[in-house]
Design a protein around this ligand. Sequence first.
Ligand SMILES: Cc1cc2nc3c(=O)[nH]c(=O)nc-3n(C[C@H](O)[C@H](O)[C@H](O)COP(=O)(O)OP(=O)(O)OC[C@H]3O[C@@H](n4cnc5c(N)ncnc54)[C@H](O)[C@@H]3O)c2cc1C
Length: 391
Amino acid sequence: MPSHTIVIIGSSIAGLSAAEAAREKDPDCRIIILSEDSHLPYFRQRLCEVLHNREQAGKLYIHPEDWYQEQGFDLRLNEKVTRVLPAEKAVMLGSGERVPYDSLILASGSYSFLPPTKGFDLTGVETLWTMEDALRIESRIGRAKRSIVIGGGVLGLEAAYALHQRGLESRILERLPRLMMRQLDERSAELFTALVEHEGTHVATQAYIREIIADDEGRAAGMRLEDGSEFPADLILVSAGVRANTEFLSGTGVEVDRMVLVDHQMRTNVPGIFAAGDCAMMDQRWYGLWMIARQQGAVADENAAGGSKEYVMPVPPYMVKTMGTQIASAGTIEEANLSPEALEQLHRDIEENSGLFQYAKRLYVGDTLSGFILMGDTKAFSSLHKQLGKE
Ligand SMILES: Cc1cc2nc3c(=O)[nH]c(=O)nc-3n(C[C@H](O)[C@H](O)[C@H](O)COP(=O)(O)OP(=O)(O)OC[C@H]3O[C@@H](n4cnc5c(N)ncnc54)[C@H](O)[C@@H]3O)c2cc1C
């Protein structure tokens, strides 16, 4: 008889790492992973590889199917959780079935946000978060000529690069004044934008979208901006951020403020319910990163099994490989974000080769490295990341 039943909602990296940690701690416990996804767990952060080449899809699965059986995981795909019933210690599935738990781990991640813009519901407007999304977009590439990606963050850039590599005209529209606001300062963003254009993708920043233009058959045919300018496109990918999957928690008493609120032990305010990964927020901090979801999943589970491990949010490292270059950054990368006291002790170290689109910046406050950006040559990344915050 299993000693304990752990139910995990979500089969991506936070859910999977929770399951692995649970199995390590207790070889006999029952582990049920419920997921609305129809695919075995995959490396979501590599989905743009499918846009480059459909064959890659088969290479993105984290483990083969029989591995889950060998671990004794009851992985139930195509199962959407519609409600959590804390008083009964059970979750309810779309079919109405109730699945009882001793401990519950919420690892339900995110979905792509579609702003309420006119035309975002037209055929030809896509978002990319799941394997199915990637396969559907890939299947449209052969029929499309011009693409627009809305959003100049990491995901948008990777997608725009793939679309251009597949022969489509490629354009990125970004609301903010520059690309990759979280990862680049003003100068490196300027250099990077020049590289993106050099690689064949057009960039427009401070681009405010008014509507998607439809053709006679009701399909997306282009984009109209607030300033009146128009861009034709038959494939439009919206990469305008994500929202946490928390709707099944309404009325449960689990505290949600855009994400599920957790303490340092990944506990929600409801006993026996933990949360990890993209659906969780700790200390008002949320990064939406694979590595953090993996680490949090393991901590949540250890604590679900009776432990009291604390999770300390790391300074998030950003590693991006796109547009034929690599970018790594972490910490405080802009002088404007330092306090007046810190600015008095500021020392910067900047190297640039604009011909090669290379840039390296290190910001020190006194002798302490407070942040860095590496573009082009990222070999120093690990050693700099370890130095962050240390004298
Ligand atoms: C194209 C792309 C590129 C990315 N690039 C990077 C990168 O370079 N670096 C990086 O660190 N991160 C990147 N990310 C983000 C990274 O993938 C996420 O941070 C990570 O996947 C979060 O993991 P998670 O397990 O918390 O949630 P998710 O991966 O969102 O998984 C959530 C799981 O919960 C399931 N689920 C949701 N609701 C329910 C429900 N009601 N019932 C049952 N199951 C449910 C889903 O089916 C899914 O299995 C990228 C993401 C994408 C899409």
